[in-house]
Design a protein around this ligand. Structure first.
Ligand SMILES: Cc1ncc(COP(=O)(O)O)c(C=O)c1O
Length: 416
């Protein structure tokens, strides 16, 4: 295929998404992704980037990971999307594996094809199980753009499409247990939805004991706890799920993005038997044609196999430490600009708190130095920095050297 970048940009403005296309040109990130391989991306005109955002973990195991591609190719020898009305080989295999990989009482899995859909399923299950329609999420939450998910999100996402439902979707400050209890104590809330470390808010860490206390409040008031593990699951925190790191057991857990291996869209909403009871009463009560494509299941099985390898878990522990040491050093040298580091495993929020949008110039300068990492949409002073689970020490060194140059460049631009 022989396309030139200028034509692609013009056609993207004319036929795809003018606002989004123009935004990146103006932000100093004129990227149109061409070649991609493991943790590298190339702009179609050749500029190489080390991907340190990975679409929020979609590419945890790399872009076009050869093992994942092979799983998809092998899967296509025997399977296709499948027929969602019938039991299927790969769906049974994957759902059983999800049961094994999640804490009790999680047991049943509804498979889907986007994170927002998977969150919508979780919310629907909570409604069915509790016969209540209210949901509590944090202020600055983001759980996807679909119907129910967007209701739980910050107004920035819900308001343009008139999706705010103030009586049904209640927002409380993060890390505020008093506000949480206040919202739940009427005994009329179906679910609390919590992203274990809220990504779009810049990865602020839950205070010690906060998530378990929210869990307790949910149990006390008959509310289901939904854990959004779309970005924090799959070994990112150093454990399979972020909830394990923070000591909380949800009624429903949502996995998306990374479970696709970056190759085939698939998601999993895993729930307790109590939350899944609608399936006994009416197994057809929720349906999605693409939900649990059998080829997607083959890809998810391979991705789960990769992320649960002991050597991958050990690697996450060692690169988390190594990158942190390097970042601490860069921070010390630029402490008037690089103001803090939030970290849990290979989930990092780098704070550039001298300006409310301090991470935007950092993103631009990192781009120039060959690193891709994005500002947090709901707190743009924080850069989302999520290097891959399989990065080795040499790649970490390369990333750190480029980070140093990019951060220095941004500091000079902002502070003079
Ligand atoms: C925490 C979280 N939940 C849910 C979603 C929605 O996923 P999707 O974009 O696949 O609908 C996202 C997407 O960025 C996310 O970050």
């Amino acid at each position: 295929m022989n396309y030139d970048k200028k034509t692609i940009l013009e056609d993207s403005i004319a036929y795809w998404n003018p606002g989004k296309t123009r935004f990146w040109q103006e932000a100093g990130v004129p990227l149109v992704i061409g070649k991609r391989e493991m943790y590298y991306l190339w702009d179609m005109e050749g500029h190489r980037l080390i991907d340190c955002h990975l679409n929020g973990g979609t590419y945890n195991v790399g872009h076009r990971n050869p093992e994942v591609i092979q799983a998809m190719v092998d899967g296509a020898q025997n399977f296709d999307i499948g027929n969602h009305h019938f039991p299927a080989i790969m769906r049974a295999v994957l759902c059983k594996r999800m049961d094994e990989l999640t804490p009790d009482p999680l047991q049943y899995t509804v498979l889907g094809s986007s994170g927002g859909e998977a969150i919508d399923v979780a919310i629907k299950c909570a409604r069915y199980a509790t016969k209540r329609t209210k949901h509590v999420s944090i202020m600055k939450a983001y759980h996807g753009h679909t119907g129910l998910a967007v209701g739980t999100a910050d107004a920035k996402y819900a308001a343009p499409f008139l999706m705010q439902k103030p009586g049904e979707f209640i927002h409380v400050p993060f890390n505020d247990l008093g506000a949480m209890e206040q919202a739940l104590k009427g005994g009329d809330v179906a679910s609390v939805i919590m992203e274990t470390i809220p990504a779009t808010y810049g990865f602020p860490l839950p205070a010690e004991g906060y998530l378990p206390a929210v869990r307790e409040l949910c149990s006390k008031y008959g509310t289901l706890y939904i854990a959004d593990e779309v970005q924090t699951g799959l070994m990112r925190t150093g454990k399979m799920w972020g909830i394990e790191t923070f000591g909380v057991t949800p009624d429903i857990l949502v996995s998306a993005k990374g479970i696709s291996g970056g190759i085939y869209p698939i998601t999993a909403t895993v729930m307790s038997a109590a939350a899944a009871n609608w399936m006994n009463e009416d197994g057809f009560a929720h349906i999605a044609t693409y939900g649990g494509s059998e080829i997607g299941c083959c890809v998810a099985m391979k991705t789960l196999e990769i992320v649960t390898r002991p050597e991958v878990q050990a690697n996450v522990a060692s690169i988390s430490r190594y990158l942190r040491e390097g970042l601490d050093r860069i921070r010390l040298e630029n402490s008037d600009f690089f103001t803090g580091i939030r970290q849990c495993g290979v989930i990092m929020g780098l704070e550039f708190g001298v300006h409310p949008e301090g991470a935007k110039p950092v993103m631009k300068h990192l781009y120039q130095h060959g690193v891709w990492a994005i500002f947090s949409a709901l707190d743009p002073k924080v850069l989302q920095f999520k290097p891959g689970l399989l990065c080795d020490k040499a790649l970490c060194d390369d990333i750190l050297a480029r980070m140093e140059l990019g951060i220095k460049g941004a500091r000079k631009e902002v502070l003079g």
